[in-house]
Every structure is written in C-alpha cells, then in structure tokens.
Design a binder for this molecule. Structure first.
Ligand code: AGP
Length: 606
C-alpha cells in the first residue's frame, strides 16, 4: 500500500515529510513525491524509484520556509511506476495537489467526462482524475474546498485515503478515507496525517483514528472532523499510543506475517474492486483475449499451490482443461503446448526466475501469456502479454499468506469469467458465487480471532512434533500442500502434504503416535472418503487434528471447527487456519517468523 504523510506546523515541512516517508519505506513502494506551498507557489517534486532520487531533486530546491507539506510513496496499482504517475498529482490548473492510497473504481467514466470538458491529463492514474474532479467541484461551489471535496467524493466509487493541498490555502490540509487507512497525529502547534502511525511517531503519540466517510481539516493549531457527505461536525477521541516504532510498522502486531494474515479480508475486497457487478464478473484486463482452449499454469511454491487449487475450479466451472506445472520443471521439460492454449504465470513478486523462464519458453512456442501477479511493473507483468493484478499490497513477510488469498480470489474470478463466456456456468450460479465471495471478507473478519486462539492452543500441544502429515482431497489437496509448506518454512518442522486418498500408497507406513496428521475434513462431497482415510490413520494410533465443520460426524483427537463456506469458498477459511497454525508454532518455538533461515522473499536465481 502507498505511504502518506501530511504536516501543518512550525517546522520546515519538507525535511519532516521526507523523513516520515522513510519511516514508511517498509510498506514497499516504487516512486515518491512531496508538495508544499512556498512564496505563493504550489511546488510538486516527484521521482521514480527510492527516496534517494527524490532527495537528490530536493537538493537543488530551497525548501526550508514551507511549514505545510505532504508526501507520498507509491505502490503502483494503475499505471507504471514512472515519474508522471508518481504522487502528488496536480489538477490541470496547478492549484491543487493530491496524494492518494487506494483504487477509484469508476475513474475511467469520470476521466471521460472531464476530458469532454477540456481537462488534460498527464498521467495514467486514477488519482489524477480525482484531483481534477475536486477542481471541478471547486468551480461548482465557489472555491469552497470542503464543499468541493464532499461533492467530488460523493461521485467516487472505490477505496481511497487522500490528502489535499491548495495553493490558495498554504497553511491547511484536508484528508478523508474510505476503506484505506488514515490516521491523524495531534501535536503542539503542529498536526499530522499518516497512512500509518510510524510516519509521525517521533513527534506525537496522540492520534485520532479516522473512520470511513470522515473528512478532516487541519492547520498548525487546529483539527476538525466532519461527515464527508453532510459536512456535519463529528467529535473524535484522541488516543495515546505506547507502541515503539517496530510495533507501529506492524500495526501493533508482533510480526508482519500475522499482520498480513489479518489483512486477508481487505485483500479479498481490494482484489474484487471493479471486477464484480450485478452478480457478474468483469475483467477488463481480458477484453479481447480469447477464452483459452487449454490452460497451462506455471508457478513456484505457494503460487504453485494456488494454481493447483485454481485447476479444480477452472475445469469445473469453465470446462477448460488445465495443466499445472512447477516452473523449474516446466522450463526444462519439452512440454506440448498446442495452439489455442494460454499460459497463466502466477507470481506474487513477479520476479521469480523459474517462472520468468517458463514465460520465455511459452513465448518461444508462440503461446500467449497471462500474468497473475502482485507487483505492478515487475518482470512478469512486463514479460506477459496480459496482466491481472492481485491488488494484495506489499507482502513483507517472506512466508506468503495474503498473496495466496488474493491469488485464489483472482483464480475464482477467472473461472467465473471464463465459465460465463463459454456458457458452461449458469448466470444464477455465477451470481450466487459472486455474492458469497463478496461476503467472505466479513466472514473472515469475524472468524480470524477465534481461528488464532485455536491455532495457538494446538501449536503449543504439538510443539514437540518432528514431522507432520497434512491430508486433503479435491480442492483441499493443494491447501494441504500449502499448510505443510507454511509449517516447514517458518517453524522448520518437517511436514508433508498429501492427497488423503494417496496415503495408503506408502505414507501410511509412517503413521505412529509420534507422527501427527493435520487433516482437512470439511462438509463437502468427499468428506466420507476423507473420514475413512482418517480411520486408517487412527487404526495405527496416529493423532489427528481435524479441520472440520460443526455437526460433521468426525471423531479425532483434536477437532477444529471452522465456519462453513459454500464450495470453493471454504478455502478462504481453511487457508488462514493453516497459516495461523504454522505462525503460532513458529512464534512459540522462537523462530524468526518474518525472515526464516535460508529463504528469500523473491527467488530471482535458479
Ligand atoms: C511461500 O511462502 C514462499 N515464500 C515461496 O514458496 C514463494 O511462494 C515462491 O518463491 C514463489 O514466489 P512468487 O509468488 O513471488 O513467484
């Protein structure tokens, strides 16, 4: 997610803003910029890449008399990470500057309206559209900034946290939010905005957490909160924060991994933004892309497990034959890639060498490539013919969690989209799945704390285990593989994921009281089969953690009931349960959860 800081006070604003952006670097970004009003002029300076580029630009500027300023580090969602797309963005008359974190879903239609009225755009971003819409609001409301903001944001759909600066009001900043984080820091003779508390923590620990639909105006000596729609004043409580900087970067969580596990509801919401409407699926990124006759999914690690899960769904809902390949094998095999096929390269980082090699092989064979990745401007996004971004925001912890959640969301959207195009999926079935998917974030928000408590209890009970067997059938088989990978990579306990029907073909020889099994046994058509596999485990005195649903007839040593979800949607509950078990185990064993030994966040070598 982007980093935001705004300042109204008595200190030189620009150095303070740049320092605040540096404290937000952990969030990941690909360009940065600042704006300030000085000598009656509105200054905006931006640079691609890291903060050093921006600081170099600032060296030649006299920036020390401005005491109001704002800054932004951009995590690209619309438009490549180049200077013209960096924030702040000015309106076309150059009197307003805006910084924005989020996604404006209906920016295209607003942009067309503004273009028709003579507005000229310099970037590819939705943020520049928003600042020009606010400028139009200023004209419609006699230059009143609050009225203009209220009017403009009433027309906008999507997620946003914004800070606005006006050349005509040098000592004031305005901010508002919907679905993207924004907090206010209250100082003495100075006030702050931040996308996260670390931005201003060295200056004040008194914060006001802003809610969706709240509009804020600050000066060096005042702060006021209003209802964005009605402009009615809102009373807010100032809270004192005792976190240290480290804890603040993790939103008060102990590790980035647990923070990112709890971000999964937001990740589903963000991945769906602009892609579902009226019960249908709309993937503008695939406009003009023929429905493939055959799909070759190429990926590594967790992304490979996501692809395996997607295979079941795409074959079932869209009737498209799918082959899922470990990229490091695919690149050295001599795969048969018939015409009419499509390669789907899945990669969170977009920089995994083996996956990139798979893309290269596909293109050598003349097959089109669709990249499913999380980083705008990454190698996978540039090498692919088409790109679908997962919109998960930067994933800091090496162990991938929320990225997989976003990949499953995107794969489900692809299955529904292609199913609709091919006519293999009745519209009513699609609409029901879309409705259930859109409700999943709230289900998860409610379920996650309880899942964590149960994971904590089980992790302590099994902390002495030296090896685990993970079992799942059907779409739960890829999840069993993922659960085993998570446990291995952060707790260093050996674990093996297996198709539960395959256990009798060898692994059952391992079962004994010291070799516990983690079984995914949910309320689906394969439950009876899984249950009989577990009887085989128990007949050999193997202990079982059964991840299951209330009311199912399953007698195991540790029954872990999780909320029911329809069909493939159960994965959005199962996945965090598996992640939390691994996390709590690793944390209890005192491992380096966010930076496990021997691992890199992106494997850019063979
Ligand atoms: C997963 O927790 C690991 N970090 C690793 O398996 C990762 O999924 C794999 O290296 C692929 O990375 P990518 O999605 O960035 O291509």
């Amino acid at each position: 997610m982007c980093g935001i800081i705004g300042y109204c006070g008595h200190r030189p604003a620009v150095p303070l803003v740049v320092e605040g952006l540096r404290r937000l670097e952990y969030r990941g970004y690909d360009s940065a910029g600042v704006s300030f009003v000085q000598s009656g002029a509105l200054h905006v300076l931006r640079a691609p890449g890291k903060l050093a580029g921006l600081e170099k630009k600032l060296e030649d500027e006299n920036v020390f008399s401005a005491t109001t300023g704002m800054g932004h580090t951009r995590w690209a969602t619309h438009g490549a990470p180049v200077e013209k797309n960096a924030h702040p963005h000015r309106d076309h008359e150059g009197k307003l500057a805006l910084i924005h974190n989020g996604i404006i879903e209906n920016y295209q239609e607003i942009k067309a309206e503004l273009c028709a009225e003579g507005c000229e755009f310099r970037s590819d971003t939705d943020s520049e559209v928003l600042v020009n819409l606010i400028a139009k609001g200023m004209k419609l409301h006699g230059g009143d900034v609050m009225q203009a903001l209220s009017w403009a944001l009433g027309r906008v759909e999507g997620a946003y946290a914004i800070v606005l600066m006006s050349m005509d009001h040098p000592g004031t900043l305005w901010a508002t939010r919907v679905a993207s984080p924004l907090v206010m820091g209250i100082g003495t003779g100075e006030n702050f905005f931040g996308s996260d508390i670390p931005a201003f923590l060295p200056y004040t620990r008194d914060v006001v957490f802003l809610e969706d639909g709240e509009l804020v105006r600050i000066t060096s000596g005042s702060w006021e909160v209003f209802n964005t729609a009605t402009l009615a004043p809102i009373a807010k409580e100032v809270q004192h924060i005792n976190w240290d900087v480290q804890a603040a970067e993790k939103g008060g969580h102990k590790h980035f991994m647990i923070k990112e596990i709890f971000e999964q509801p937001k990740v589903i919401r963000d991945c769906l933004l602009g892609r579902i409407d009226g019960g249908g699926v709309r993937l503008a990124e695939l406009d003009g892309v023929p429905v493939p006759e055959r799909l070759h999914i190429v990926a590594c690690g967790t992304s490979y497990h996501a692809g395996l899960w997607g295979m079941y769904l795409i074959e079932k809902l869209a009737g498209i034959p799918v082959q899922v390949e470990i990229a490091s094998e695919f690149r050295y095999r001599d795969p048969i890639l018939p015409k009419g096929g499509l390669v789907l390269a899945i990669s969170q980082s977009g920089e995994t060498m083996d996956t990139l090699a798979g893309i290269k092989l596909a293109k050598q064979r003349g097959l089109p490539v669709l990249g499913l990745c999380n980083v705008v401007g990454s190698s996978v996004s540039r090498e692919s013919d088409h790109v679908l971004y997962t919109q998960a925001g930067p994933e800091i912890s090496v162990a991938s969690t929320k990225a997989m959640c976003s990949q499953l969301t995107a794969l489900l959207l692809l299955a529904l989209y292609w199913g609709g195009k091919k006519g293999t999926l009745p519209a009513a079935d699609c609409a029901r799945m879309v409705t259930d998917l859109a409700a999943m974030p709230d289900v998860l928000d409610d379920a996650l704390p309880g899942l964590r408590r149960e994971a904590q209890k089980l992790a302590r009970h099994y902390a002495g285990a030296t090896s685990f067997l993970y079992l799942g059938r059907g779409m739960n088989f890829p999840l069993a593989l993922e659960g085993a990978l998570k446990l291995k990579e952060i707790s260093y306990i050996h674990a093996e994921g297996y198709a539960s029907g395959e256990m009798k073909h060898g692994p059952i020889a391992l079962i004994d009281p010291d070799f516990p099994t983690f079984a995914i046994a949910l309320d689906d058509e394969l439950f009876p089969k899984v249950k009989s596999n577990l009887v085989e485990v128990q007949a050999r005195a193997g202990e079982i953690i059964g991840l299951t649903n209330e009311g199912l007839d399953l007698a195991v040593e540790h029954r872990w009931n999780v909320p029911r979800a329809a069909g493939p949607l159960s994965a959005f509950v199962t996945l965090p349960a598996l992640q939390l078990f691994a996390y709590e185990m690793a944390d209890y064993l005192g491992k380096d959860v966010d930076q496990p030994r021997n691992l890199a966040k992106s494997v850019t070598v063979e």
